[in-house]
Design a protein around this ligand. Structure first.
Ligand SMILES: [Zn+2]
Length: 385
């Protein structure tokens, strides 16, 4: 059993660290790290690595060919009988290209720290760094090895990072994702929808609309009927959404179109709904005789189901209460790398990073006063999981 005073004690240690936390945040932010610019991302990677060295940790830089290098930081507990591992997962890449800093420089104003990637999610990396320091400073005994993994291509789909964090997650008993929390109250994200994209192409038969209409098969008409059918699959109660986002077809008004296509955004809260949606798409049959349907794509991120985070969240909520703070949860429609780790069957708690607003926008910022408590919360989870 852990000491009920631990969260409070960690918070007491972390509160005076806020100026140092902001100093680290500034260093991380002024090193711009766009997902698609390796040289810049690597520079940022080096700066983050430097902060983690000399904390009783092993810092490994995993070289990447096209993306910024991945950082893996391991902290092994002293007692040799310790077993198991906890993974703290995040990314240091941002959606802002180099030079953005000139338009939106790092600045602190009215309790908010602004800058590209502050909220999503460099402040999260800072909080993790100070969480580890607080654990060491308080000499809190750790039961498990801690691995912090900072990837560099989350914002563009995690193609490079995925195999590394999945391998690390498989070795772990729990995963803590430092993506931003939600809203001004900093809700944790205990469920995330799975996200996918599918394309439906209708093949018809072209013909002269005036001279030989009976010989044509109108692909647009067929697609319209299919879309009316597909639209009914939306189920907001279950969190299933299908959005026809792009549509095209046809060439001229006097030609019966032989081809029409739609690109669909697919989302679902449960794995079973994801599967059934994919099946329904594959099972689509044409209304019109002679028309042919071609369906490609599907889900690329499975849902993070709430059952994968429920136990961890309950503990986080308890720790918050012990610090006299309230902590709530929410479900979001967008995916993160936490979707992948949860799909592996590893308990995953997401949205443990910064509190703020404006991710991917010019007013992106972090509420600085929340940083010590969020760091304390993470530290308490790491000490007791
Ligand atoms: Zn992010």
């Amino acid at each position: 059993m852990f000491d009920v005073n631990l969260p409070k004690e960690l918070l007491r240690l972390l509160k005076p660290q806020l100026p140092r936390m902001l100093e680290a945040l500034r260093r991380f932010l002024v090193a711009e790290s766009p997902s698609l610019e390796k040289a810049a991302a690597d520079r940022c990677c080096g700066i983050i690595a430097k902060e983690w060295k000399g904390q009783g940790t092993r810092v490994e830089r995993i070289a990447q060919k096209h993306r910024g290098d991945i950082l893996r930081i391991t902290h092994a507990p002293d007692k040799s009988r310790a077993s198991g591992q906890l993974l703290v997962l995040g990314h240091y890449d941002t959606v802002y290209s180099s030079g953005t800093l000139q338009k939106m420089p790092y600045r602190v104003s009215a309790g908010k720290a602004y800058g590209p990637g502050s909220f999503d999610m460099k402040a999260g990396i800072v909080q993790a760094l100070f969480a580890l320091q607080a654990l060491q400073q308080s000499k809190t005994p750790l039961g498990k090895r801690l691995v912090f993994l900072w990837t560099s291509d989350e914002e563009i789909g995690s193609e490079a990072g995925r195999k590394f964090f999945e391998a690390e997650a498989r070795r772990s008993d729990a995963v803590f994702v430092l993506e931003p929390s939600f809203g001004p109250r900093g809700l944790l994200k205990t469920a995330r929808k799975g996200v996918g994209e599918a394309e439906l192409i209708v093949h018809g038969r072209s013909s002269h609309a005036g001279l030989a209409p009976q010989e044509g098969i109108n692909a647009i008409h067929e697609l319209a009927r299919q879309l009316t059918r597909i639209e009914k699959w939306n189920d907001h109660r279950l969190g299933v959404t299908i959005n026809a986002g792009i549509i095209e077809g046809g060439t001229r008004t006097n030609v019966i179109p032989e081809r029409a296509r739609v690109v669909l955004d697919l989302r679902a809260l449960r794995v079973s709904d994801m599967r059934s949606l994919e099946h329904r798409l594959r099972d689509l049959r044409p209304f019109e005789r002679g028309a042919r349907l071609e369906v490609t794509g599907g889900f690329d991120r499975p849902p993070l189901e709430r059952k994968m985070s429920a136990t961890l969240f309950a503990r986080a909520q308890l720790f918050a209460k012990q610090m006299n703070l309230s902590l709530d949860e929410c479900t979001v429609g967008g995916g993160s790398d936490g979707n992948f780790t949860a799909a592996l069957g590893i308990p995953t708690l997401d949205g443990l990073g910064a509190v703020g607003d404006g991710a991917h926008s010019s007013h992106e910022h972090v509420l600085i006063n929340t940083m010590p408590a969020r760091a304390a919360l993470l530290a308490a989870l790491l000490a007791t999981s």
